[in-house]
Design a protein around this ligand. Structure first.
Ligand code: PRX
Length: 631
């Protein structure tokens, strides 16, 4: 079947299409209805069916491929490599499940996972879905204030964490950040389960903190059966940034997600049982959830969990793993490729990469020079794919597993099966049907299986944030600008909101502004994303001080800038640290008091700031211009 027909069928004969895909997973009880969209925009997939994510990822493979590799942990930080077969993974997950049960976790409870890239993090995720509890993984690079807001929203019964992570050979202690986060949070977890890696000393809180190793010892022979849950039972929440400072808990279902991932492994990621998948992401991000943990395992593939940098001990490390484990599909981000690009391509060419069917890249725009460089350096096909935390799996790409098709530089490709992608005119709210017209990328409801069900405990926020009516229909907004060319290929042109993308990490500028504003010297601040040749974008802050004399000399300004950056590091984590904090006496605003962030961003990028008729004080933008000119 041609891809065009495959896609058309997924929209026009939706239920039959997805019923077929649903045979890729195991069901404990068959579903009675494929899609219930009687209460738009809420979609229920595979209604009446019962299944379990952990069963599909682990248990069902034990009989047929129990001795085959399932989880391959490689840490260049602590110099360790441990391989778990499906049978071993099955045993470990049951142990962790027994531990969580002993600590009081019940189906429907939340377990917050704040962990470095170690196998116990994967065991904990799978143990949660095994017993019907929801995991909420928080990226280890986030610090206490980010973590506290997520604790308060998820209200976890148990938090699973570790003494420390390690980055570039430097130990990053997690426990003090976690303790501070719990102190700041209103909600207090009953128990904290701690993996002691022996990297950083930990103080235990009596009655609350429990050590992982001794508890595991008591559950070595644990047998914890999977809890069969309704297809619509939430499997996890994952926080992501939006326009407001408060992160949104993206809530995912069970059956729809399992089916969507299984289908994507086949049609997009060219995966087959017994092969090896390597995603270089972090389990704290959506790519880690879908394509380190669940997708590959559901497909019966081995998955590599890598702790370390792409260039340490040298730029050949990832590629040596491809050779060693005969990786067939690899997934990374353009930023990582740009980091490698600064190294000698000889490192990449030292290894036999012939097992690799393709390198998949996502998370941020893939520019043409980067795409060409990596294609040349590794001599394997490159496949861009565009999606979001909210969708859980690709919206736009080339589905080479259905019908191989050429890519176009700068374009992630065409709408993926299941997604009815539209471009909407920002001003009129009408659908744009012509070629090369710029609009907001939108998806007509229902969203396909695997996408977010709702915002955790906030249905109204889900409806109001994402959904717009266009005549007769409801569409989901991605908050990305895009165009579609005459051949149907889409091009993504950046976010329409205040979300920025720094080195593939999605951050909300409002969160960074809130953190900077908490510094006692700061009266007001604007944070914008500015194009950066390495990281895609960086955050730039422009702050007004309560007492401008505090930054009177360049030395004073530099000192204060350092202090403010430290505040952000401590509260949100170094990932959110702005590249620069500059001081101005007034911020550009409209006469009604709205910050002109897009004008600031344009000036920082050397572009025309556009229509400024509503600006209150034109000298404000001039100050930004002058500071940029000094650089
Ligand atoms: O702006 C788009 C950009 O990243 C956003 C989603 O980020 P996140 O929720 O972290 O999910 C990443 C999942 C891969 C999008 O709204 N983005 C993601 N992929 C691409 C992209 N921009 C351009 N090209 C891509 N391939």
């Amino acid at each position: 079947m041609s891809y065009a027909d495959f896609h058309r069928r997924s929209i026009t004969d939706r239920d039959a299409f997805w019923a077929e895909q649903a045979t890729l997973i195991d069901w404990h009880r068959p579903f009675t209805q494929v899609c219930d969209y009687s209460n738009p925009p809420f979609a229920k997939w595979f209604v009446g069916g019962q299944t379990n994510l952990c069963h599909n990822a682990v248990d069902r493979h034990v009989a047929t491929r129990g001795a085959q590799n399932a989880l391959i942990w490689v840490s260049t930080e602590v110099d360790k490599e441990v391989v778990y077969s499906f049978a071993e993974l099955h045993a470990e997950v049951q142990r962790t499940a027994a531990m969580l049960l002993e600590l009081g976790v019940k189906a429907g409870d939340r377990v917050l996972i704040y962990m470095p890239m170690i196998p116990e993090a994967v065991f904990a995720m799978l143990a949660c879905t095994r017993i019907g509890a929801l995991h909420s993984v928080v990226f280890g690079g986030f610090a206490s204030v980010s973590l506290a807001s997520r604790i308060d929203d998820a209200e976890p019964t148990v938090i699973v964490s570790a003494d420390a992570g390690s980055r570039g050979g430097k130990v990053v202690a997690y426990k003090p950040l976690l303790d501070e986060a719990i102190r700041l949070a209103k909600h207090k977890p009953a128990k904290v389960l701690l993996v002691d890696r022996g990297l950083s000393p930990m103080e235990r809180v009596a009655g609350r903190d429990v050590d992982y190793a001794p508890l595991r010892d008591r559950h070595m022979a644990a047998q914890v059966p999977c809890t069969w849950v309704e297809s619509t039972h939430p499997s996890y929440t994952l926080y992501t940034s939006g326009t407001t400072g408060k992160p949104k808990g993206v809530q995912r279902d069970t059956g729809g997600y399992a089916v969507a991932l299984a289908a994507s492994m086949k049609h997009i990621f060219l995966g087959a049982p017994g092969e090896t998948y390597f995603s270089t992401s972090d389990i704290g991000w959506v790519v880690g959830h879908s394509y380190i943990v669940y997708g590959p395992l559901i497909a019966g593939m081995a998955t590599i969990l890598y702790e370390g940098l792409p260039i340490r001990p040298d730029a050949g490390i990832w590629w040596s793993l491809v050779e060693k484990y005969k990786v067939t599909s690899m997934f990374s981000a353009p930023t990582a490729v740009r980091v490698l690009k600064k190294q000698d391509p000889a490192y990449l060419q030292k290894y036999d990469l012939s097992s690799l069917k393709a390198l998949f890249l996502a998370g941020e725009p893939l520019d043409e020079p980067t795409a060409k460089w990596i294609a040349e350096a590794i001599g394997r096909p490159i496949v861009d794919n565009y999606w979001q935390t909210e969708t859980g799996w690709p919206i736009l790409t080339i589905c080479n597993g259905v019908e191989p098709a050429p890519s176009k530089f700068g374009s992630p490709g065409k709408p993926v099966y299941g997604y009815d992608v539209k471009l909407i005119d920002e001003n009129t709210g009408q659908e744009l049907t012509g070629a090369n017209q710029k609009g907001v990328v939108a998806i007509e409801g229902p969203l396909p299986p695997g996408c977010m069900q709702t915002v955790w405990r906030d249905d109204a926020r889900f409806v109001n944030t994402y959904w717009k009516s266009i005549p007769g229909r409801l569409v989901y907004s991605t908050f990305d600008w895009g165009i579609r060319d005459e051949d149907g290929y889409f091009f993504i042109l950046g976010r329409t909101d205040d979300v920025i993308n720094v080195a593939g990490h999605r951050l909300g500028t409002r969160e960074i502004e809130e953190s900077i504003s908490s510094h006692p010297a700061v009266a007001e601040v604007a944070v914008v994303g500015v194009a950066d040749p390495l990281k895609g974008q960086v955050a730039m802050a422009f702050a007004v001080l309560k007492d401008p004399s505090k930054a009177a000399t360049p030395a004073d300004a530099l000192k204060l800038e350092g202090e403010i950056m430290k505040t952000v590091d401590e509260q949100l984590g170094a990932v959110a640290r702005p590249a620069r904090v500059r001081f101005v006496t007034v911020l550009p605003k409209t006469r009604s008091g709205k910050l002109l962030r897009r004008a600031i961003q344009a000036v920082c990028e050397g572009r025309d700031p556009g229509d400024l008729t509503t600006i209150e004080d034109p000298s404000a933008l001039q100050q930004v211009k002058d500071l940029i000119a000094q650089r």
